[in-house]
Design a protein around this ligand. Structure first.
Ligand code: MLT
Length: 245
C-alpha cells in the first residue's frame, strides 16, 4: 500500500517540475471535468485515450488514423473546440458515441498535467467517479505516490483538492497521522470541512461558476458521484487504457 507519510499533493500543473516525479507514481485529478470524462468514456467502451498537450498535436495524431476509429475531444477554456467531435462534458461520452473508439483529448489543464507527469513510474487518472478503483490501485504501490490536482491555469481548485482529500481520508480511515506532508494535511482538512456537502460546495467553486454559461447543468451532480465506475485509467506508452477492463 502506498504510504501516507511519503505521499504528497501538488495543487496545479504549474506547482511541480517534471523531475519531481522521477521514481514516484502519480494520480492525475481533474474532477471538472477531464478526468470525469475520461473515466466515463473508458467505462462506456472507449478503446483507449490519447491525451495531448496541444490542439495541433491532437490534429496531427488524428491525421495518422482512419477517420472511423477516432474522435477528437476536449475543450479550450471550457469551450468546445471547432471541428472536434466532442467537448468535455462527461455526459457526452455515452456508449453509443464512444464504444470501440480511440479518443484524442486536449483540455486546458487536465491533459497538460498528464503529459507533464510523463517521468512518473505509473500514471493513473482519478476523480470521484472511480475513487474506489484508485484506492485499490494504490494498494499495489510501494513507491511514493503524488496526487496531482490539475487546477486551473496555475491556480488551485476546490474540486480537485477535495478529491485528493477524499482519497487521503479513505486511506487513513479519517484519522490523519501527524507525520504527513503539508499538501496531504491541507487536502485532508479541506475534505473534512466539506465532505457532507460535496455537491453543493463543488457547485459554488470557481470552475463551476466559470462553466455555468458554457456547459449543461447536469455536469456538476454527475461528477460528484462516488465510486460509480470500476475503471482505472492507466498510462502506457502515452496511451490511457482501463487497467480494470
Ligand atoms: C481542464 O482540463 O481544465 C478541464 O477539464 C476544463 C473543463 O472543465 O472542461
Amino acid at each position: 500500500m502506498a504510504r501516507l507519510e511519503y505521499m504528497d499533493v501538488y495543487f496545479s500543473v504549474q506547482a511541480f517540475q517534471e523531475e519531481d516525479l522521477r521514481g514516484k507514481s502519480a494520480v492525475i485529478i481533474d474532477v471538472l471535468r477531464a478526468a470525469s470524462s475520461m473515466v466515463t468514456a473508458l467505462n462506456n467502451g472507449a478503446r483507449k485515450i490519447i491525451p495531448v498537450g496541444a490542439m495541433e498535436d491532437a490534429v496531427r495524431i488524428a491525421q495518422t488514423m482512419d477517420a472511423k476509429d477516432y474522435l477528437l475531444c476536449g475543450e479550450q477554456n471550457g469551450n468546445t473546440i471547432e471541428g472536434f467531435h466532442l467537448g468535455n462534458s462527461p455526459l457526452e461520452y455515452t456508449k453509443e458515441v464512444v464504444a470501440d473508439k480511440t479518443l484524442i483529448i486536449n483540455t486546458t489543464n487536465g491533459t497538460k498535467a498528464i503529459k507533464k507527469a510523463s517521468l512518473a513510474n505509473k500514471i493513473y487518472v482519478g476523480c470521484f467517479l472511480n475513487q474506489q478503483s484508485i484506492l485499490e490501485g494504490l494498494k499495489e504501490h510501494d513507491d511514493d505516490v503524488v496526487l496531482i490536482c490539475s487546477g486551473w491555469q496555475g491556480k488551485m481548485s476546490l474540486e480537485d483538492t477535495l478529491f485528493a482529500g477524499s482519497v487521503i481520508y479513505e486511506m487513513c480511515e479519517g484519522k490523519l497521522p501527524e507525520n504527513t506532508k503539508d499538501g496531504v494535511k491541507i487536502a485532508f482538512s479541506l475534505y473534512e470541512k466539506y465532505k457532507e456537502n460535496l455537491e453543493q460546495s463543488i457547485g459554488t467553486s470557481d470552475h463551476a461558476i466559470r462553466l455555468k454559461e458554457l456547459v449543461p447543468d447536469g455536469d456538476i451532480p454527475f461528477v460528484c458521484q462516488k465510486n460509480k465506475f470500476d475503471v482505472l485509467p492507466t498510462m502506457k506508452d502515452g496511451i490511457l487504457i482501463n487497467f480494470n477492463g
